[in-house]
Design a protein around this ligand. Structure first.
Ligand SMILES: [Zn+2]
Length: 246
């Protein structure tokens, strides 16, 4: 009698275990099917998904905060150049005319992510710390009064040499002029002088390339995913993009 009870318990446990195994393998099959059919299903770890190939991995536009423009009207061209010195304007023209320079198709705007800095400190960081072969990765750096004069515009060697910048890692995209504003725009926006300098820079570029549309003026976030927000939610990207309407 005792033996019969033990055998019955063993058989019951065996049936229960097999039942669970069958049920769970059905669940796996169901999940695998869902992953294949639905583009919204997160990619499996074993799958290789290239940048931008899966909807979940596309660059996201972060919500912009209300930004103080300090009375700078980005929608009107500047009366004249205050922040772009004749020397800088000459370098800009020379960079456009370098033989073999890319056919620039607009701008990408970055922030340095630090409260202070300059083209020289960025160059040091890119060359000595990050060991980038081509030095400072941006074409232009606009100072904020903390490390470089407020609204000062420095020209990077990649612009002078007519080369693409390297602030955006995804190399096969259209060649864009890369502008970096010194600052960390996660709590506060750029200074008045930085916005004035940016307005002058954009006007200078447009005098050579024609008026930029909204799609020609991009934030770093819009072309590269999965990274710290750049230029940051307190940068007035919408005002820059839509300054000619559209
Ligand atoms: Zn950036």
């Amino acid at each position: 009698m005792l033996n019969f009870r033990l055998v019955a318990k063993f058989v019951y446990a065996l049936v229960f275990t097999i039942g669970c195994a069958v049920l769970s393998s059905c669940g796996d099959a169901q999940r695998a099917e869902t992953a294949d059919e639905s583009p919204d299903f997160a990619p499996l770890h074993s799958q290789i998904v290239k940048k931008g190939e899966h909807p979940a991995l596309r660059p996201k536009k972060r919500k912009q905060k209300e930004v103080d423009l300090h009375g700078v009207d980005l929608s009107t061209p500047p009366d004249g150049f205050v922040y772009l010195s004749p020397d800088v304007r000459g370098k800009i023209d020379a960079g456009f005319d370098v033989e073999g320079a890319p056919a620039w198709s607009g701008v990408v705007i970055h922030s340095s992510g630090e409260d202070s800095g300059s083209a020289a400190s960025l160059r040091y960081h890119h060359e000595r710390v990050l060991k980038f072969a081509d030095g400072m990765v941006y074409h232009f750096v606009i100072g904020n009064g903390n490390g470089a004069p407020d609204g000062s515009v420095a020209v990077g060697s990649c612009w002078i040499n007519g080369q693409r910048g390297a602030g955006v890692k995804d190399g096969e995209r259209s060649p864009r002029i890369e502008i970096c504003l010194v600052g960390d725009f996660h709590d506060a926006g750029p200074t008045k002088a930085q916005l004035e300098a940016l307005r002058e820079l954009l006007a200078k570029f447009e005098s050579r390339l024609g008026e930029f549309s909204a799609a020609d003026c991009l934030g770093h976030d819009e072309v590269e995913f999965n990274r710290r927000s750049c230029p940051g939610r307190y940068f007035p990207l919408d005002a820059v993009k839509h300054r000619h309407g559209g």
